[in-house]
Design a protein around this ligand. Structure first.
Ligand SMILES: [Zn+2]
Length: 385
């Protein structure tokens, strides 16, 4: 059975693989599609089996292959106004609209559409398809897939993560670190602040400290970071909850914050800096006989992608691309940093525009899918055939 890219995309979009829900129906669909082509899939499920990564190889079991990778989950459509059913691919002229069309089922569809031809082509070196779950909620799935794939596959020459770059070659991106800080104060009547301690106010001091760190980073971005916008590591606090009533000193306050470290920057140092400031505040309170608590948990810490010196992945992409633009740095995080950490040369290059991602009426242009298919064909034929 050979399906056109758009038909495959239609099927992929029809599975509502929002990260909080199962991606298994989509994974099973891909597994069946590959099984029809006599390609075996390996699943790496999560703990309760509701989600799975998938990897599969086209061509021989050999080193120096090419990994094409994407995540299968999508962001929710809650509270978004769509002009069509988000889980039904809808054609609007040159655009194909649907949740995940750009981020990043379009890339997966393009790879799957080309696989029948590649499997007939008797490749000399392998193409490995790697599909993950839970990318959108902190790249939680990809690590177990990389471990499993590293054990059973030969070392590949390069990895291409097909997040939407408009088919431009992206050789670097920032990391994404998400942390939650829980502050426990002392509840009491708000007129007796010498006995109680408002967790909200304590949280406010911590947040002010993060603002200081953020301002300092902005004023001293390293010169090498010019490819990024903005050219420095950012820190921001974007969700907070706490307190019960205006006349009760707040017993609890929790805020969630975000660090986007430049390649080479240390997000752990920022988490430690906040912890140190917290210790300082707690010691001051202890001298007043007040026992409060501050606890920070790192919820996700996806590494940055750094530009590789003489990187194989970038070299392979450049050799087949018609575009002769300079490499770009993308502002968003991807799973690429994990592949690079595993010792695999990695870049990001895929169809669609990141500005469409996560929005209502997300779309991909047909021409982007076509460009991606042509690009992949050239890549496979030049490097693997
Ligand atoms: Zn994505």
């Amino acid at each position: 059975m050979k399906l056109a890219c758009v038909e495959i995309l239609r099927s992929l979009v029809s599975f509502p693989t929002v990260s909080r829900d199962s991606n298994r129906p989509l994974i099973d669909w891909v597994r069946n599609y590959l099984a029809d082509l006599r390609i075996e899939s390996h699943l790496v499920p999560n703990a309760d089996g509701t989600k799975a990564n998938l990897f599969a190889t086209v061509g021989p079991s050999a080193p120096d292959g090419l990994v094409l990778s994407g995540h299968t989950d999508v962001v929710p459509v809650d509270d978004q106004k769509w002009s069509s059913d988000p889980f039904q691919l809808t054609a609007r002229g040159a655009r194909l609209q649907g949740r995940g069309a750009a981020d990043m089922k379009g890339f997966i569809a393009a790879v799957l559409a080309r696989i029948p031809d590649w499997s007939r082509a008797r490749l000399r070196r392998p193409m490995h398809l790697l599909l993950s779950y839970d990318e959108e909620i902190g790249c939680l799935g990809v690590s177990s897939m990389i471990s499993a794939a590293s054990e059973s596959l030969h070392q590949p020459a390069a990895v291409i993560v097909g997040e939407p770059t408009g088919m431009r070659l992206a050789t670097q991106h920032k990391g994404v670190c998400v942390a939650a800080t829980k502050v426990t104060g002392i509840s009491g009547h708000s007129s007796l602040t010498h006995r109680g301690e408002s967790a909200v106010m304590l949280a406010g001091e911590l947040i002010a400290h993060l603002r200081e760190i953020s301002d300092k980073l902005a004023s001293q971005g390293p010169a090498g970071a010019r490819a990024f916008d903005p050219p420095y590591t950012t820190v921001s606090v974007n969700r907070i909850s706490g307190g019960t009533a205006v006349n009760v000193t707040a017993a609890l306050c929790e805020f969630v914050w975000d660090i986007r470290p430049l390649p080479g920057a240390d997000s752990g140092a920022i988490v430690s800096a906040l912890a140190a400031h917290g210790e300082h505040l707690l010691a001051q309170l202890a001298r007043q006989g007040k026992r409060c608590e501050i606890e920070t948990t790192v919820l996700a810490d996806a590494p940055a992608l750094r530009a590789e010196k003489d990187g194989r992945a970038a070299e392979l992409v450049r050799a087949v691309t018609e575009r002769h633009e300079t490499d770009i740095a993308v502002p968003f995080g991807t799973e690429a940093g994990y592949f690079q950490q595993a010792g695999w040369s990695t870049v990001v290059c895929g169809p669609g525009n990141i500005e469409q991602a996560h929005r209502p009426d997300e779309f991909i242009e047909r021409s982007q899918l076509e460009e991606c298919e042509t690009f992949l064909d050239r890549l496979i034929h030049r490097h693997l055939a």
